[in-house]
Design a protein around this ligand. Structure first.
Ligand code: ITT
Length: 300
């Protein structure tokens, strides 16, 4: 199969290096540009879209363009630095020193990495994938792989920092790896939709969701635990007698005048396990087909 030719709209060479491994079959070149736009979005998604749309303007739709925005959110700092992570302090030792300084004497070390990936195809369709990695901030810097805050980030279930766990671990389990897998799953849906004559986006997606949740028995049952507009809710799932803390996320994409895809994702085990339903539906909420992916879904 031909490789997907893509351009990554980022000045951060570490992201291109990681994404080359995360998107097998893709050849990813960094965007060559001088006048980069400011990051002005209120969310990771808006910033990732901004980068991808800038890349689209520069390349003129000749290749796939990728925009990525990521950051680290520290609970005791009210979610800071968050989308400001790159501007918090120069990347590497200065940013780590500042973060450890702010957390001196603080008991709550909970934190998470977030990554939002947006890809615009040569045909102009926008596809996205989100990934998070939860963990805590270590007392001191350890390890030499990865980049940014990796020497002080210890993922849940691990004792070592991401910089000690290394690039091979990141390729499987990082927030970027999870976002890349979600992007590829969304691409799978896109291929099916394009084959069915769909594509594009529609601001009336909430009406589509409302119709989806009131039609069809499966959608009604699932609707009891998923958010009724695009977004994520905390929920509890059951594996036998065991309670699993989980998230339930709803998304709608590629809405054309007549068809849309509604994506419902349950994630548990700190996001390491997930089950996704892709519903291909008509705008009146009637389900045409369903594709399921991922780990077996536990009971709600
Ligand atoms: P572009 O905007 O040009 O893509 P950037 O480095 O400024 O490059 P962001 O605005 O997305 O990227 O900032 C992300 C920051 O979050 C990054 O500079 C790191 O400090 C941190 N970060 C993101 N992913 C990380 C990872 O996998 N490991 C460590 N730190 C990470």
């Amino acid at each position: 199969m031909d490789r997907v030719k893509a351009v990554l709209c980022s000045r951060n060479r570490n992201k291109a290096r990681e994404l080359e491994h995360l998107l097998p079959g893709w050849s990813i070149d960094p965007l060559e540009a001088t006048d980069w736009p400011e990051e002005t979005g209120a969310t990771y998604l808006e910033n990732a879209q901004g980068k991808a749309r800038f890349g689209r303007d520069v390349t003129g739709g000749t290749v796939h363009v990728l925009g990525e925005d990521s950051g680290i959110e520290v609970a005791a700092l009210g979610g800071r630095p968050g989308i400001e992570s790159a501007r918090y302090a120069p990347e590497g030792a200065p940013a780590i020193e500042k973060l450890l300084g702010e957390l001196e004497g603080v008991g709550d070390r909970d934190a998470r990495y977030v990554c939002e990936l947006v890809c615009i195809t040569p045909a102009g369709e926008e596809v996205r994938g989100t990934g998070t990695l939860t963990g805590r901030i270590a007392a001191e810097s350890r390890g030499s792989e990865g980049f940014g805050y990796d020497p002080v980030f210890v993922p849940d279930g691990e004792e070592r920092t991401v910089a000690e766990l290394g690039d091979a671990w990141k390729a499987e389990s990082s927030h970027r790896a999870r976002a890349a897998r979600a992007l590829l799953a969304a691409f799978g849906a896109l291929v099916l939709l394009v084959a069915a004559g769909c594509g594009g986006s529609d601001p009336t997606s909430n009406r589509v969701l409302a119709a989806f949740f009131t039609h069809g028995p499966t959608a009604r049952v699932l609707g009891e635990r998923f958010p009724h507009q695009a977004g994520t809710l905390k929920c509890v799932l059951h594996d036998g007698d065991k309670e699993l803390q989980a998230t339930c996320a709803t998304d709608v994409s590629l809405v054309k005048p007549t068809r849309a895809v509604v994506t419902l994702t349950e994630a548990w085990n700190h996001g390491a396990s997930a089950h996704t339903w892709f519903f291909f539906i008509k705008r009146d909420g009637t389900v045409e087909s369903v594709v399921q992916e991922g780990a077996a879904a536990p009971k709600p």
